[in-house]
Design a protein around this ligand. Sequence first.
Ligand SMILES: [Zn+2]
Length: 856
Amino acid sequence: MLRLYSSHLNFMKKEYQPEVLEPAVQKFWQAHQCFKATEDPNKEKFYCLSMFPYPSGHLHVGHVRNYVLGDVIARYQRMLGKNVLHPIGWDAFGLPAENAALKHGVAPAEWTYANIDHMRTPLKQLGLGFDWSREITTCKPDYYRWEQWLFVQLLKKGLVYKKNSAVNWDPVDHTVLANEQVIDGRGWRSGALIERREIPQWFFKITAYADELVDDLDALTEWPEEVKTMQRHWIGRSSGLTIQFKIDKNCALNDNAAESSVVQSIDVFTTRPDTLFGVTFLAISPQHTLARYAAEHNIQIQKFIASYQQVSVAEAATATLEKQGIDSGLTARHPITHEPLAIWIANFVKSDYGCGAIMGVPAHDARDFDFAKKYQLAVRTVIQALEKEPTDDTQGPLGGQLINSGVFTGLSSAQAAMAITELLIKNGLACKKIHYRLRDWGVSRQRYWGSPIPIINCDHCGAVPVPEKDLPVILPEAIHFTGTHSPLKTMPEFYQTTCPQCHQPATRETDTLDTFVESSWYYARFACPTQAKAMLDNRAHYWLPVDHYIGGIEHAILHLLYARFFHKVLRDLDLIDSKHNEPFTRLLTQGMVLKDGTKMSKSKGNTVDPKQLMNIYGSDTLRLFVLFAAPPEQSLEWSNSGVEGAHRFLKRLWTFAYMNVWLREFNQNATSNLENPFDDTHIPTKQQAFRREIYKILQLAKHDYERQQFNTVIASSMKLLNLLSTAEHSNMNSTSATPNLAIQYIIQLGFSMLLRLLAPIVPHITHVLWQELAFTGLILDAHWPTLAADALTIEEITWVVQVNGKLRAHLSLATTADEEAIKTAALNNAIIKRYTENQAIKKMIIVPKKLINIVL
Ligand SMILES: [Zn+2]
């Protein structure tokens, strides 16, 4: 058992001095490696992880909240007896380092490492119980080499491929821009109108796991429903129908002389076949073959398509893109009514979803309605809503009845969907199809500060993976960043190489990986961060999956989806235990932006410097404040009075301990300790109510810890301190500084529980008080207090209260209440008081367990 001091340093001064005790406690933790996690198969593990930070150089309140939440959960689980892993690292690649390089003329690597050093100090000052021996920095070769290795494995499995894909091209700077570098359609530096350009890029085949990624959400019972809904929507699995609409003339396409094809019909994907009679037009993507055909002899259409090419990828990604279209001049036939339908070319139809063509049903689709209104197209209602009409096509047909739909009129939406599907399939005009909104994950970035893609491009052999023995491909760090280009493109010492297959001169890929790749598997690497011979080893079997993952709601979709995808890939490569299909068992999403301090616009927290607050009030105060101000899932409103209130509470806690310093001797002499709690029967009947209250608070606090409502845990702790103060004053011998023995037991019991309730939240002050008052061992090793079996089960007796033999009131009292307590309760009853007021009480007759008669 570790002891803090061989002899007392005597922190027990009258004043609470966090600036003295907090560094001393942290030094102790560090010296004794209190948070170093070791695999122990005999102990139940608990892996707690807060999303690791981007090293922006500045620790903001969002970080504080994220890491304090994780720390409280980790420390609480440790008190429950689990073997806890709670690591930290740095999501170190990314665009801001390049921007800083341009602005300040410092290399991205240098900037990043300096920021990491700068942020490590306040994280330690916060008293977070991290296992620093497992610190990961993703921009270091010992980390990204395994990412490159994985890339090669995925390539072998066919889960990585290369295809042309659109990027934002800046024609002045001759460079590719990230979406956030395109502002109002123009390059952020050049101001040039951004073009859409297709270039070859690498993709992860996440769609191969689309079904599993949807289906496994059901098993994630400890994830917020909101997050699961967002993931489902993003993957967007919908079963529907591909319907064939015959075109009124054969459209012969002459793409090149050798190859000509004739298009006779157009395929349209829909999830709402019940709305088929409401179709008033068809719309195709500007990249659809028919659009190209229509453009051949029509200069207006050519212009429309050209203007679409100018819409940047960034703009196209936004839902606010203004809907625009042009009539192609072509018509198709409705598959049942044979009515002619105009085919429009529209910018909102995506070429890579469905068939690149949609059926326009303005009466039952908001987007189609906007379009129809703008171009004065017909709107035909075919479903009469019985209840609320769904506006989202993924919800499928719901409660409505068909009208204006020929023989299908009168059917319900669901019946009609089936009947129309059946008819179309029978006539060979449709087939069932499952579609996904999810696209494969493009991972190529035309940027410098990222992990190099381990590929060598050879004129003879094509794209050849770097042999595993040659990994990692090291990103040169000592570079001069002059413009918008990746410096890798101008460094022959980087890109010149020989082909591993034919040994002829070849060039390295100069694109780097999307930084989402690093954050997709770091949680697994924490199990064995220094393993140099493999990506993961057996320790991953022990620690994974993460039991509790904590992070901002803004990562609800992409980061979590990519990490889930990686987990399944790692499982299929036998790198982790095949029993576990998901990386994060329980998820806590908190309502504040974490990774990027500049995005904290919703909160006033961005103007507050946590470091400054820690210097003024101490980190326990800051921790208490961020947890008390709001439940984790809500946004945190900063308030100075809240910080001061938190500080006042800790001062009260300190003062209470100071005033009851007799506890030290009491604990030292006690035959009881935490392993052998004292016999609660020491507590006389009169004080049993206090004992019951203490256990009630404990029970509530445990419940709130489990559901992570730490603000109410703190409220309970405040209540407990008040209760103990009341107990202290209730029976204090006025001439002595020490309460009587019964109260001593109450205070010992209650204060040991109070310190343990608070230990995960304010670990420094509780550590010191635990030691100073000589409770057994370290509070870090203390177990969560157990609820005495009988503590809350009290039976009550209903007494009849008479005054001069007449029934006046009923009174419920604990069976344990003694005669004196019964009498007092009867006399203090408000109704009885009315009858006894100003009268002398001659006697009181008590019939055990039944009746009290007050004789006047
Ligand atoms: Zn070659």
